[in-house]
Design a protein around this ligand. Sequence first.
Ligand SMILES: NC(=O)c1ccc[n+]([C@@H]2O[C@H](COP(=O)([O-])OP(=O)(O)OC[C@H]3O[C@@H](n4cnc5c(N)ncnc54)[C@H](O)[C@@H]3O)[C@@H](O)[C@H]2O)c1
Ligand SMILES: N[C@H](C(=O)O)[C@H](O)COP(=O)(O)O
Length: 342
Amino acid sequence: MSQSLVVTAGESSGIGPDVILKVAADWGHAEEYLAWSQVDCSELRLGVIADPDLLQRRAEQLGLEIALTQVLPNESLPIMQAGHLAVIPVALAEPERAGQLNAANAAYVLKTLEIAVDGCLSGQWQGMVTAPVHKGVINEAGVPFTGHTEFLQARTQTEQVVMMLATEGLRVALVTTHLPLKEVADAITPERIARVSRVLYRALERDFGLSQPRILVCGLNPHAGEDGHLGREELDVIIPTLKALAQEGIPLIGPLPADTLFAQHHLKNADAVLAMYHDQGLPVLKHAGFGRAANITLGMPIVRTSVDHGTALDLAGTGNAHEGSLWTALGYAALMADARTR
Ligand SMILES: NC(=O)c1ccc[n+]([C@@H]2O[C@H](COP(=O)([O-])OP(=O)(O)OC[C@H]3O[C@@H](n4cnc5c(N)ncnc54)[C@H](O)[C@@H]3O)[C@@H](O)[C@H]2O)c1
Ligand SMILES: N[C@H](C(=O)O)[C@H](O)COP(=O)(O)O
């Protein structure tokens, strides 16, 4: 079946528009870049939710010739072709300047996300791919915002979503996401670990076609607590929860000391790692595959993937932003959309 995917262009002063335009310019190589995902690129329908004037200005800045066609949300998206881009238009409040944040445009960024979620929920599109937003500037505009993951959870009314980043040979999911470090230990509850583990296990089966996925679980404390001498969360919370999960048919492996869990002899037998917090898991993943990884929100009724990088304001409009992660995110979105419609 031919899939329709939408890409949100993210923070207007960041590199989201740049990487989208670069992918459009290079679409002639899509089959090569997406070969790993087995996506049929000749059938893929793609649209970008953004201000068309912003894309036009950034294309000129980058010296790219991209023909932009406006499409309304209820119209079908064209099959993607090199040098062309279908745009579902949303107007900026003020013209952007590459590299310079402007809180006046925060509502625009959120509007692009709302349109994407609603179109995916209605079945108009089979998945959404997000370019990076700037969490800080959205908060400065007066809207509490910790990330796409939490925003999408609320908008889709999903009880538990899971952030998982994936690159070749490694998938890392998180028990907690965008939390200050000092709040992490209290958030590692049996209920949260159990909910996240169930979502992760089922998503690996449903969206990635893995039967009985093997998931390694990190401890929270150094050396997984050293039998309680370096913290008790493993003994009091994590181990009993993993035992209960095994009883319900979700066997996970751990908790293992996070420093050595990521050694190859462990990873070669694993389908995914479950880390307790953001900077326990993601630095390893980004070290292994920054620029070739995607961020995937599991557990929602819609497919959502994202680039693995942020707004990189220093690179916006320079032509130096690498678009590799957007290719990866597109590949995962198409692959998951396929798995769900098969
Ligand atoms: N998916 C998302 O929406 C997302 C993801 C990560 C960070 N962010 C947000 O982005 C903002 C900036 O975050 P940050 O500075 O921690 O991370 P960043 O990814 O924007 O930048 C980190 C470093 O990587 C470089 N870099 C990033 N993307 C690149 C690319 N495509 N090609 C080449 N180099 C690249 C940057 O120049 C910088 O040196 C923050 O507000 C953060 O919350 C958003
Ligand atoms: N934690 C993500 C990362 O480091 O790549 C990033 O902040 C984006 O998260 P959202 O998809 O929730 O915006």
